[in-house]
Design a protein around this ligand. Structure first.
Ligand SMILES: C[S@@+](CC[C@H](N)C(=O)[O-])C[C@H]1O[C@@H](n2cnc3c(N)ncnc32)[C@H](O)[C@@H]1O
Length: 260
């Protein structure tokens, strides 16, 4: 699984969206203490950086060393490589310094659907502070640009389906089917995520890199299929309005927040 993300690591850092600052303030306001946050599946640390403004320490973990190599450094963020072979007890050592009940906030941005969910949730329950610990998971799927671009993007997503990992079904269903065994705190609950938006401003050049960073594109390429041939890129570019044109647009996102 890590290999799937290794290949896109370099383009991730520039092309993938960062999340609105208000999300972190809102989540931080839910935890009574602000000692330790854990960003899981951190990639290049997009969410870890946001958390560092609110927590004394942020541990940011990922199974992909290549992703971590491109992570954005910050004095309060400690990146750790956590291959799936690591036992839960070792994870408690690495994340909580050997202490269960030590993590104030766990975030998983655009990643929880890749995890072994029962295993992850059981570890999260050990590590979350009791009472007071909060877990938040979110993801995004559609780009909302304009009436010309959006159908091209939706067609690209349709064509990608045969090459998506089975777990991508949770993203396609906007996390409505994602198991989330936590008590609601008013920001979604299992089966009923809240809908949120991620604003982004960039040129088509960056959008093209973002499209190329999709795991389905890598999986298709491994099977000899190009989901982004020249004519599709041209169609995207035309609908965007030109290669260098900078546009503001939104990603449609969904979030579940809970406590024990
Ligand atoms: C789509 S990226 C998201 C990265 C970042 N959180 C973001 O918001 O852009 C998914 C990340 O999850 C990581 N990942 C996948 N399975 C994982 C697992 N079991 N444990 C930890 N990280 C995992 C991948 O290596 C990858 O960096």
């Amino acid at each position: 699984m890590a290999g799937l993300f290794d290949k896109q690591a370099e383009i991730y850092v520039e092309a993938r969206p960062t999340y609105p600052k208000e999300w972190y303030s809102k989540l931080a306001a839910l935890t009574p203490q602000h000692s330790l946050a854990w960003d899981v599946g951190t990639g290049n640390g997009q969410a870890a950086l946001g958390l560092s403004e609110h927590y004394e320490q942020v541990v940011a973990s990922d199974i992909s060393e290549a992703q971590l190599k491109h992570a954005i450094q910050h004095p309060r963020v400690r990146y750790i490589h956590t291959p799936t072979s690591i036992s839960d007890d070792e994870m408690v050592n690495l994340i909580g310094g050997g202490h269960e009940n030590s993590v104030d906030l766990i975030t998983v941005a655009e990643a929880v659907h890749w995890f072994d969910l029962p295993k992850f949730y059981s570890l999260a329950k050990r590590l979350l502070r009791k009472p007071g610990g909060i877990i938040a998971v979110w993801a995004y799927n559609r780009m909302l640009v304009n009436p010309d671009f959006d159908p091209v993007f939706d067609r690209f997503r349709e064509n990608s389906i045969p090459f998506t990992h089975p777990n991508s079904k949770y993203v396609r269903a906007a996390y409505k089917t994602l198991p989330f065994p936590f008590e609601s705190v008013g920001l979604g609950r299992e089966g009923e995520p809240i809908t949120v938006e991620i604003p982004k401003e960039c040129s088509f050049q960056v959008v093209e890199r973002m499209l190329r960073s999709y795991s389905a594109v890598t999986r298709a390429k491994d099977q000899g299929v190009d989901l982004l041939p020249e004519e599709v890129i041209k169609e995207f570019q035309r609908a965007w309005g030109g290669h260098d044109l900078v546009r503001s647009f939104k990603y449609e996102a969904f979030m579940l927040v809970g406590k024990l």
